[in-house]
Design a binder for this molecule. Sequence first.
Ligand SMILES: *Cc1c(COP(=O)(O)O)cnc(C)c1O
Length: 574
Amino acid sequence: MDSVLKQIHEFTKEPKIAYFSMEIGITNDIPTYSGGLGILAGDTIKSSADLNLPMIAVTLLSRKGYFKQEIDDRGRQMEEPVSWEPSKFMALLPTKVNVQIEGRDVAVQSWLYNVKSLTSGSIPVLFLDTNVEGNTPEDREITSCLYGGDQVYRLKQEIMLGIGGVRMLRELGFEIKKYHMNEGHASLLTMELLRIFKRDIEEVWDEDLVWDVDRVRDICVFTTHTPVEAGHDKFPYDLILRVLGEFIPLKVLKRLGGEERLNMTLLALNLSKYINGVAKKHGEVSKNMFPGYEIHAITNGVHSYTWTSESFKRLYDKYLPGWANEPELFVRVGRIPDEEIWSAHMEAKKDLIDYVNAETGVGMDYDTLTIGFARRATAYKRADLLFTDMERLTRIGAGKIQIIYAGKAHPKDEAGKWLIEKIFVIKEKLKDKIKIAYLKNYNMDIALKLVSGVDVWLNTPLRPREASGTSGMKAAHNGVLNFSVLDGWWIEGHIEGFTGWSIGPAPTETTLVEGLDRLDAEDLYSKLENIIIPLFYNDGRTWIRMMQNAIGKNAYYFNSHRMMRRYVTEAYIR
Ligand SMILES: *Cc1c(COP(=O)(O)O)cnc(C)c1O
């Protein structure tokens, strides 16, 4: 215990940037993430450690994880709890703070995990935990299930994250110079800060003099990730009053967070000096959704070392020493001989195909053009776009392509679950012509196998729903070519026939476009048939040239080192 406090003491010597995220995905063994948002948070922290940034991260313990996905032979998803033992990975801090919920004092403790870099940088991550003796059984579960439960449960989690998180940092003795909210889940931290900075004025004749909004704004940074209005957390005020009480006067809260319901995004927008979307397009879409706010864009990146396969790591170490902490060195990818790129790729591909065959018995081979599609199973990602015209797909692809899917559907997303079942039906139907596999329980380990082991990484979201997307950036780090709808990061990363290929028309709009399925599918089939399949089988030289471009132009830029340098200069030290 003493040594943990000593560590904390070391960390408190220097003022920090506090990075708040509902989910953080650092390694596969710590299942406190559900998908892209959490992985991004993990990559943010890893790059910050590599770059020796003064950061501390705060998240929830999610003791029961998100869920473990089982799929039966008809494609029906079953969700099982994940059990993991925090004490194996992190140390419990003796410090506790209280947060009032429904009038009760609920105690919160935290676990310390250090993300250590080979550069000697180290970022502490605090995992908040209400499973504390003395709390009611119900309150003990507040930090158990990531994105589980109902609206009340979610609100309690966000109270713990935002308010509990700020209190914990202060109690541990941290001096915080910026609070960075990764998505709106953490935005209640602004309310706690308003209370902390409350001016002591005796005769109040103007509320604004008491609540120092400017002072809070000055130290808050907000990154939004949700390009659709319905995706933003909103809580009715009667619920807020019941669970949190009149934390700050309702009149003030309504002015900051919306008149009708407390909109967590609006609250963060009104109380942050620097606001950004996660790709250029997403910045524009967000500005459209929230007119009047200055919204910048810092395009996401991935942590290069984490998302590069063993075989490519060896190759980069040999030809681009220092690449992991200076991904700009990918610009010199042309030094790597073609044969060595190809054999590094084949090593990753064999590893994947062996895994797929062992898991599913589908009998894939090493030489067939392999297409990968792994992401959350939800309607707008259109996992089934490839199957719009089965006859045409069979004609184009029989004996020439094999396809690997993975992805979880949120337990309450019936349409997403149905998509998995649909793919299972098609998988059976096509099995003698096109081999298809669906890997269960998509996680960080499977993601690395997939993004490095396929030949083409497919992405077919409905525009502009993909705020950024990051798995395609991971693919590029392994010389895997992106074939994707022009949305999110790919609008910036795509050079047709050079770094990969687009699907469907270039975007001009910032609102949701319906009725693109046919158009997109047509383009998908046409490019697959006339460009991608012939190139793969007949022109290996050009294919490898494109792999080099993916590395030298996409991985070079879409990494979290570049992203963090931008957060530092544009958001943190302004
Ligand atoms: C990278 C990653 C994601 C996010 O990928 P997107 O392309 O943004 O959908 C989701 N889940 C896991 C396990 C990942 O590794």
